[in-house]
Write a protein that binds this ligand. Structure first.
Ligand code: ADP
Length: 470
């Protein structure tokens, strides 16, 4: 087939453009720490929004009692109940229900939607109360995850800035959603307090991580999108001077998907992906790292190869369909362990209708997947070390950097999301890069720890750590 050398040249050029030697990763680390400072100094000071969460108490394992969580997602929502027995007991997940939100409620009134949520919670509480024989005079408390832009006012109140996803309820703008939910709960006859209102799943991940391991200082999610949060000292939150918290600390939601730095290795394929996206110039870091995009970057490189050569045959037009290659399929090709790359062959045939792609060309496809994933994982690693640097846990600054009398402090980062959890090459590249950046003296003190279901259980744990009963 013609054009082999040109196809290889496309790969080489892409590979060079994506290079992430440790020197470059260190620049990304520094840029992350600098942008974090800037985002904390003033609103709009950085592409990192560094949002206050008002979470000033993370669960530490001694919580006791029954707590609830309500998580409003896109088309569905979820209610769950957890029971905590103190002394870092195993979490008993009693009930966990996913439900679809009836279509008419998505555009109705806030009252209609929240009445429905309150009734569902009530059913969960009642169903569970039956037969438990428990006397029930303690106030029930709830963690409410409301993943829409909020102007948060305290741990238990926040006004809606605007709806996103498919929601469009006009009378809700400017209202305190925790208060609205509270009213709906009273109306339904359920005595329950919204103890913790949160916008972001990463905060739940951090809460669960901290419940399980008190050295946890940050949380990262790398799934369809990506975000991170961490524990900051209140006196470092310059844009909110005089902020008082019970612990002199607060969790900051970084919105790190929007991080940008000229040190990020960006290729023409990334520019094109951004141009074609509905949120151009936004979420630059996310577009290089998360599950929504990695498959499509690969597709763009393969398309270029097919334009430069005929290594994929003459009918490669399906390669020009945006998002036709999902990240899980890309991962399957990347991790194809059959000796003659049968999985790659099948996916090229099934997804792109490309028959008879030679083994040599299939190897090239695997290389492209590898380059994209390696860059993504290494940049995410640099982001994580950037957070550690900001809070002095990266070992770079002597005593201030997490050393207690000469001994480095153990530091844990909670992590969730399918890219890290289900894509083993991604995870290996990420772990390797964290160790490489930190160096062999500091790396053993930094642990990346997978949590499970921070967005559900973590929200209930936040209700526990902000409970009136503590
Ligand atoms: P969320 O959508 O809440 O982020 P996940 O953490 O499950 O949920 O992430 C889903 C994303 O991860 C999908 O966009 C998909 O592209 C990607 N993904 C799922 N499974 C895999 C896998 N085995 N390998 C690579 N990517 C995956």
């Amino acid at each position: 087939r013609r054009g082999w050398a040109r196809a290889v040249a496309v790969l080489k050029e892409f590979e060079e453009g994506c290079a992430t030697p440790v020197s470059r990763l260190r620049q990304v680390v520094d840029a992350m720490a600098v942008e974090m400072h800037a985002g904390l100094a003033s609103d709009g000071g950085s592409k990192l929004r560094m949002l206050l969460t008002f979470v000033d108490a993370l669960p530490n394992g001694d919580e006791k009692g029954t707590y609830y969580a309500l998580h409003l997602g896109g088309a569905n929502f979820r209610v769950l109940k957890v029971e905590l027995g103190g002394t870092r007991s195993a979490i008993m997940k009693h009930q966990d229900e996913y439900q679809l939100i009836p279509q008419d409620l998505v555009t109705s009134t806030i009252e209609g939607l929240f009445d429905f949520l309150a009734m569902t919670l009530k059913r969960l509480v009642e169903k569970d109360g039956e037969g438990s024989g428990q006397s029930d005079d303690t106030i029930k408390e709830l963690g409410f995850t409301f993943p829409f832009p909020l102007k948060q006012l305290s741990i238990s109140s926040g006004t809606l800035v605007k709806w996103t996803k498919e929601f469009a309820i006009e009378d809700a703008n400017g209202k305190d959603v925790a208060q609205c939910l509270h009213e709906a709960l009273i109306k339904s006859g359920l005595e329950m307090r919204v103890a913790a209102l949160q916008v972001n799943d990463t905060v739940g991940t951090l809460a669960l991580g901290h419940y399980e391991d008190e050295d946890t200082v940050a949380a990262v999610i790398i799934g369809t999108g990506t975000n991170a949060c961490y524990v900051e000292r209140t006196d470092a939150i310059i844009k909110c001077q005089g902020l008082l918290t019970n612990s002199d600390e607060m969790v900051i939601n970084m919105e790190w998907g929007n991080f940008w730095s000229s040190h990020l290795p960006r290729t023409p394929y990334d520019f094109d992906l951004d141009d074609d996206s509905p949120n151009q110039y936004d979420q630059g870091f996310e577009k290089m790292i998360s599950g929504m995009y990695l498959g499509d970057i690969v597709r763009r490189v393969l398309l270029r190869m097919s334009q430069q050569s005929d290594i994929f045959g003459e009918c490669a037009h399906l390669l020009s369909t945006p998002f036709i290659l999902s990240t899980p399929l890309m991962a399957s090709m990347h991790e194809d362990s059959t000796p003659d790359l049968k999985v790659v062959e099948r996916i090229l045939l099934d997804e792109f209708k490309l028959p008879n792609v030679s083994l040599k060309a299939r190897r090239l496809v695997v290389r492209v997947c590898d380059v994209v994933t390696q860059r993504a994982a290494r940049l995410a690693a640099a982001g994580i070390v950037g957070i550690l640097k900001k809070i002095g846990r990266d070992g770079s600054g002597g005593v201030a950097s997490g050393r207690v009398r000469g001994k480095p402090k153990r530091t844990v980062v909670a992590i969730e999301g399918a890219l890290y959890v289900s894509y083993s090459s991604f995870k290996e590249y990420l772990n390797e890069a964290v160790a490489e950046i930190l160096g062999e003296e500091v790396a053993p003190n930094v642990v990346l720890r997978v949590t499970e279901d921070g967005s559900g259980v973590g929200a209930a744990l936040l209700a526990a750590s902000h409970s009136l009963q503590r």
